[in-house]
Design a protein around this ligand. Structure first.
Ligand SMILES: [Zn+2]
Length: 391
């Protein structure tokens, strides 16, 4: 019984102790917050009331009184930039940089953030200037990466190459794939400006940076074709098969044009049929079908379409098969097939798309650089239908 009585005493004592402890915590909190300048609370209040400009003024006031508020500035600046309020982010970071007592690493950090603000605001010149000032320190690598982005946006490929090389020496991942593409961009420009020698020089450099670069091989053929040498062009384009056969659809039409120019279109159609047989790629079949139909008539084209459809069934292949059947059919079946084909074509016209394997951006045209995420060689060179027709 005695034991029970003692337990009854313990409970109020515990409550009393808890009350004293909470009072102590509250006191400590109050004394701490008393140390914070009033401007801090004013700023917080403005921020919560959606008055960001007044909040910035209040926080700048805090920064003048209390030098320990660097983190607050970074948090605030990033918040504004994420919300797209770049002018406010710029003000916050510039204010931070105006402090004479700022340590070097914090100064670099503020410069880096300011550069990102300018980049987001589209002020590329100012962004470039800011990032270029970060030559060493913890943010030098990040600044160099940002410069690579800027030169890519500006399509300044020579500077892109220099920057990528610089990044590699600074310990970044290998950038051969990107460097090769920058050389290809320069080659393409040279080709448009009718400077074949410069184009060839850039293509050699591209293949040196990345021997697997198929674009350089394709462009090499384009340079030869533009110079009136279809035989040499063919030699280049046929090398795509050894390099990476999945890119053959990108050269199929070019190959046929070269054979036509040489007066050997029959040989070209034979090669294309052989390719289609080996690589069941829909876009390749499109070209082969057209030429086989022209050269050998509807029966041969029908056989080609049917064989491929059995190998790899899809909606585009089905449309082509109906077209082939229609070409050899009698009335009234011919009109029926025409109707089916038109319906199917209407529904599937825009279906096949190139898809970025990095960000999923889908496009009707093939891109070497994704318009969605700016990644290089992120598109597989074949169009796919989003609905699995074979299931
Ligand atoms: Zn992408």
């Amino acid at each position: 019984m005695d034991l029970d009585f003692w337990w009854l005493l313990v409970i109020p004592v515990a409550f009393a102790l808890g009350w004293v402890a909470s009072r102590y915590d509250l006191k400590a909190l109050l004394s701490e917050s008393a140390n914070l300048p009033r401007s801090y609370f004013r700023g917080l209040n403005f921020l919560l009331n959606e008055q960001p400009d007044k909040a910035i003024d209040a926080f700048i006031e805090v920064a003048k009184l209390d030098p320990e508020t660097v983190e607050l500035h970074f948090a605030l600046g990033n918040l504004f930039r994420r919300r797209g309020e770049t002018d406010r982010a710029i003000r916050v970071h510039q204010n931070l940089l105006s402090r004479p007592d700022l340590p070097v690493n914090e100064r670099d950090h503020a410069l880096y953030e300011l550069g990102q603000d300018f980049l987001k605001a589209g002020l590329l010149d100012r962004a470039e200037e800011t990032f270029r000032s970060l030559k060493s320190g913890d943010h030098a690598l990040g600044a160099q990466r940002a410069l690579l982005t800027i030169y890519g946006i500006e399509k300044d490929w020579n500077r892109s190459i220099d920057t990528a090389r610089q990044l590699e020496t600074m310990g970044a991942e290998p950038l051969g794939l990107e460097i090769a593409q920058f050389h290809c961009e320069l080659a393409q420009e040279a080709l448009q400006q009718k400077k074949p020698d410069e184009a060839r020089r850039q293509l050699d450099l591209a293949l040196k940076a990345n021997p697997h670069n198929v674009r350089a091989t394709i462009l090499g053929g384009d340079v030869d074709a533009a110079a009136g040498a279809p035989q040499a062009a063919l030699g280049q384009w046929r090398r795509v098969e050894e390099q990476n056969a999945s890119y053959l659809p990108l050269v199929a039409e070019k190959v046929m044009k070269a054979y036509e120019a040489l007066g050997r279109v029959e040989e070209g159609a034979q090669l294309l049929t052989q390719w289609v047989d080996q690589y069941p790629l829909n876009d390749l079949l499109d070209v082969a079908y057209k030429y086989v139909s022209e050269l050998h008539g509807p029966e041969a084209a029908h056989t080609l379409a049917r064989t491929q459809m059995q190998k790899s069934p899809n909606l585009a292949g089905m449309t082509r098969l109906l077209e082939a059947q229609q070409a050899t059919a009698e009335e009234p079946r011919r009109s029926e097939l025409q109707l089916m084909r038109t319906l199917l074509q209407q529904r599937t016209k825009n279906l096949p798309r190139y898809t970025c394997q990095n960000c999923g951006f889908r496009a009707r045209l093939f891109y070497w650089q994704c318009p969605g995420c700016s990644g290089w060689e992120t598109y597989a060179p074949r169009r796919v239908e989003p609905i699995p027709a074979s299931s």
